[in-house]
Design a protein around this ligand. Structure first.
Ligand SMILES: NC(=O)c1ccc[n+]([C@@H]2O[C@H](COP(=O)([O-])OP(=O)(O)OC[C@H]3O[C@@H](n4cnc5c(N)ncnc54)[C@H](O)[C@@H]3O)[C@@H](O)[C@H]2O)c1
Length: 436
């Protein structure tokens, strides 16, 4: 948000004349310290994060009491409406005000990638914890600034996390647990697909996701970033080298009229698409495994199909988020007449996060990963521990994305993901299997 877009007006959803901050709430009746949250952006992720901030405290015993203190947006009326609908205490039109507010301890960034670096660095420097949506930034240089700011803030007990929410889908968390337990033996190959089809129609309008200045890249950063993080998370190993191919099938589209979902209505004017429609790459993975990756928004018929398969010497696990309560498990050591993938329904109390929700077999959905993200973040903040994924991990994912872009621009040449001077890539250590 640029300074000229901001009126510095703060309004409660039901009282458009109010312009004040709350500095009185620091501890609730139960003795837990308040965690005042301010969220920037009120689109898709704004809705998902609002749901998570509302729901996580109701289903998990949190050591801090999150307060949905303020929501920030550029359009005052729309932001007030979002505050009222989703339960935020007040609506603001300048993120700088919440960064400076005494009643805000955490800034939750749910705006496009181009806005992340400025908001996150300012918030961390002002002593606010940060949850920042993925990808961490639009460029490696921005991500480096953010990781540096996070490292400096951590010295002062101020912590930052990237919102790679799919890590907290129970089936994916459980896949990580199985791989860590040795259930697939030595990892050999990974197949990672993220398939959507909302750009198949060449007359589908431009949104910020099709503009490199706002989004950094196309399918690569939007959904390919999830693949990179999920694979590194499940295997505990980094992608070291990549060979990539990027392609834009539709180079010009109508400009956006009214926003609807990921797209919207078309206006009569046209604009240039400056990002990839599809990103395909192969990767070498630490320890000698190989990976194939495909991220596309033109996979006709596929709506939000994130598919991961990990093949090892002793077995395999496979996940498809269009069946997100299931994981397929293959044990190569089973009697020959019983070999085959078994489908495990990841809803037992022993499975990650499941004990806090519904009875066995009742299933979770897309939004629950965001509640788990809030749960894990708040637990880490209360303990003064680094939440994962950290900004350093977000930076490492950004380096992988940049390496794919460099490779694609250079005839798919094999390209290292880490700069020659960089320390080995970092991935999260395996946390406890089940959170409750
Ligand atoms: N974790 C996930 O699975 C997931 C899913 C979708 C999007 N995302 C990420 O979340 C972020 C937001 O995506 P979205 O789908 O919610 O987008 P969106 O277009 O639905 O919403 C973006 C919001 O940011 C606001 N905004 C736009 N430009 C801004 C600016 N310059 N300053 C302040 N606010 C601005 C918009 O008004 C809107 O409220 C992106 O980084 C995206 O990659 C993550």
């Amino acid at each position: 948000m640029s300074p000229d877009e901001t009126s510095a007006a703060a309004t409660r959803p039901d009282d458009t004349s109010a312009d004040e901050t709350r500095s009185d709430e620091t501890r609730g009746d139960d003795g837990r310290a308040d965690l005042g949250v301010a969220m920037v952006g009120h689109g898709f992720m704004g809705a998902a994060h609002s749901q998570a901030w509302r729901t996580a405290p109701a289903f998990f015993d949190l050591p801090l009491a999150p307060r949905m203190t303020a929501i920030v947006g550029r359009d005052a009326d729309a932001t007030r409406a979002a505050a009222a609908r989703w339960g935020w205490g007040r609506a603001e039109s300048d993120w700088r005000r919440v960064v400076e507010s005494d009643d805000v301890q955490l800034v939750d960034i749910c705006s496009p990638g181009s806005t992340h670096v400025e908001i996150a660095v300012a918030a961390l420097e002002a002593g606010k914890h940060v949850l920042c949506e993925k990808p961490l930034a639009n460029t490696v240089a921005e991500a480096e600034r953010m990781a540096e700011a996070a490292a400096a803030a951590a010295e002062r007990g101020v912590l930052a996390m990237v919102g790679f929410s799919y890590r907290r889908v129970p089936a994916i968390t459980f896949a990580r647990d199985l791989v860590a337990r040795g259930a697939i033996g030595e990892l050999r190959q990974v197949r990672a697909l993220y398939l959507q089809d909302w750009l198949v129609d060449p007359e589908g309008p431009m949104t910020w996701r099709l503009d490199k200045a706002a989004a950094g890249s196309g399918s690569l950063g939007d959904i390919g970033a999830h693949l990179v993080d999920a694979v590194q998370f499940v295997t505990g190993r980094a992608l070291t080298d990549v060979s990539g191919l990027l392609h834009t099938f539709t180079t010009e589209r109508p400009l956006l009229g009214e926003v609807r979902g990921l797209g919207g209505t078309a206006s009569s004017e046209r604009g240039q698409v400056t990002v990839d429609d599809a990103a395909i790459f192969t990767a070498r993975i630490e320890g000698g495994a190989l990976g194939t990756f495909e991220a596309t928004r033109v996979a006709t018929g596929r709506k939000n199909a994130l598919r991961l398969e990990f093949s090892g010497t002793g077995g395999a696990v496979a996940i498809d988020l269009e069946r997100m309560n299931e994981i397929e498990v293959y044990d190569a050591g089973a009697p020959v007449d019983q070999l085959g993938f078994r489908t495990v329904y990841v809803t037992e109390p022993e499975h990650p996060y499941a004990a806090s929700w519904w009875p066995t077999g009742h299933g979770l959905g897309y939004e629950h990963a965001f509640s788990h993200q809030v749960r894990d973040l708040v637990v880490a903040l209360a303990a003064g521990e680094q939440p994962t994924p950290s900004f350093a991990e977000g930076l490492q994912v950004q380096r992988v994305l940049a390496a794919v872009e460099r490779s694609a621009a250079d005839g798919s040449r094999w390209t290292p993901t880490a700069p020659a001077s960089a320390p080995p890539a970092t991935t999260s250590p395996a946390p406890a299997a089940a959170a409750s």
